[in-house]
Design a protein around this ligand. Structure first.
Ligand code: UDX
Length: 468
């Protein structure tokens, strides 16, 4: 059945390109749409334009070998010729924290115009993160107006959020914990469930073998939850807000533990993680959460709640703790080496987390801003994110970028570990001892501080209560 189903994926951003690639790898004839001609040309050459593990091989295979994925700017024509459209466009934050829905509006307009020219049923699926009621009040309204057709009669409508993590997005798309289908009507939900059943069917084919071998587990159909459209929209925000809350919780506790002699937040997190009601996931204290989702989504929910006459005190605190956490790194540095004016500070890691070059809302930006405001000179190195930091982030040319990891130790007064890349985990005391007076501020608690101290290094970290 899947071979006959033609998909269009609107938006070749992070979610769009990975979703399109995986469906195409399973044999669905897929067209990835974007307004950016450069992205389309790149994808049609079988190449990618952002760093993500396994994505280059996947896109190369489906574009050049299987020929199941093409990219196009011809949005209306492509939608008209397909059976299902997945909306995967971005929903960035506006300056007041609310969701910018302009890309959603354009995508819905394209779909509406295409459906006006199309005969037969078409299923529309919103995958972008959109605040509750957007699918019904915005997407449905625009499509109905442009097409003069009715949702639930002439076309189907679902909202199906994704929960993939950057750096693990290929894995998370093939092995999701759950699939949430918010359905406008029963028929729409059934159609989308059938598509997912085909994507995740248990079969001894290339798809299952390739991914099963890479990730060491069998492809199988995850739990599918069919709910209302608005429930699905809320699930996405609740999921991300809860995880962000867990991180701010452990960071708040780390700050408390720093004030209690001999306590290490890692031991506290480990122990509470054994309680199955808490679990050990997302309890790593550090420099705070960044990325394209958590800050944006928590802020969007805060604005949404306030607009609906509710004051979301917990979510506001989650953001407040997160903003303050980056500054904590600078306080720890000042405690270790005193006034930062004129000091050379090295930043290890710029991306918001390892295995990605994404700089969006990276804690490194806040930390560096704070260091610069105190008169420090900053040099940074990252295995993947230097180009993006230079060209696409607020950091731009405000700091020096090292050409090699080795370079950052020269004339440096303190090294701040900000992103826990594997390259940094491998560093040993001898590497830091290239500094005249070695000082390490461990923002992700990856170093054995006792061993480092035995070697004469000043090593402090988030959540470490010093014995006085
Ligand atoms: C997140 C969600 O996990 C995913 O389900 C959703 O679809 C998109 O947003 P992502 O932003 O890729 O994914 O990153 P994630 O791995 O969740 O980490 C987010 C941030 O939290 C990173 O900055 C990370 O360093 C930080 N983090 C995570 C912690 O500080 N401590 C932890 O224990 C876990």
């Amino acid at each position: 059945m899947h071979k006959e189903i033609k998909l269009t994926v609107s938006g070749t951003g992070f979610v769009g390109l990975i979703t399109a690639g995986i469906f195409a790898d399973r044999g669905f004839l897929t067209t990835a749409l974007d307004t950016d001609e450069n992205k389309i040309v790149t994808v049609n050459k079988g190449e990618t334009f952002f760093f993500e593990p396994y994505l280059p091989e996947l896109i190369k295979r489906v574009v050049l070998e299987k020929k199941t994925l093409i990219a196009s700017t011809e949005r209306i024509k492509s939608i008209k010729e397909s059976d299902v459209t997945l909306i995967c466009v971005g929903t960035p934050s506006k300056s007041d924290g609310s969701c910018n829905l302009s890309f959603i509006e354009s995508a819905a307009e394209d779909i509406g115009k295409a459906l006006a020219q199309k005969e037969g049923y078409h299923l529309v699926v919103a995958k972008s993160t959109i605040v509750p009621e957007t699918t019904r009040t915005l997407i449905k309204t625009i499509i109905e107006k442009q097409s003069n057709k009715k949702a639930g009669v002439d076309f189907g409508l679902c909202m199906s959020p994704e929960f993939l993590r950057e750096g693990q997005s290929v894995h998370d798309t093939i092995f999701p914990d759950k699939i949430v289908i918010g359905q406008f009507d029963e028929k729409s939900g059934e159609k989308l469930e059938a598509i997912f059943q085909h994507l995740y069917r248990v079969e001894d084919d290339d798809f299952s073998k390739t991914w099963g071998t890479i990730f060491g587990k069998k492809v199988s159909c995850p739990k599918i939850l069919r709910r209302s459209i608005e429930t699905a929209e809320c699930i996405k925000y609740a999921n991300n807000s809860f995880l962000a809350t867990k991180i701010s919780f452990i960071n708040e506790f780390a700050n408390i533990c720093e004030r209690v002699p001999g306590v290490d937040i890692k031991h506290v997190a480990e122990a509470i993680g054994f309680d199955f009601r808490i679990s050990d996931k997302f309890l790593q204290a550090g420099t705070g959460f960044g990325g394209s989702c958590f800050p944006k989504d928590v802020n969007a929910m805060i604005t949404f709640a306030k607009d609906h006459n509710y004051s979301p005190k917990l979510l506001e605190s989650v953001m407040a703790v997160n903003i303050q956490q980056a500054k904590r790194m600078v306080q720890l540095t000042e405690n270790a080496i005193g006034d930062l004016k004129g000091k050379q500070i090295a930043i290890l890691g710029l991306s918001f987390k390892p295995e990605t070059d994404d700089m969006r809302n990276a804690p490194s930006i806040k930390i560096i801003d704070e260091l610069l405001s105190k008169g420090a000179n900053v040099i940074a190195w990252d295995p993947k994110a230097i180009e993006k930091a230079k060209k696409e982030s607020e950091l731009s040319d405000k700091i020096t970028y090292a050409n090699t990891l080795g370079e950052i130790f020269d004339n440096t007064d303190a090294c701040l570990l900000v992103t826990e890349w594997n390259q940094f985990k491998k560093l040993e005391p001898k590497d830091f001892k290239k500094m005249a007076k070695p000082v390490v501020i461990d923002g992700r608690r990856i170093y054995d501080y006792k061993k480092f101290r035995e070697e004469g290094i000043i090593c402090v970290g988030i959540g470490l209560g010093e014995i006085k």
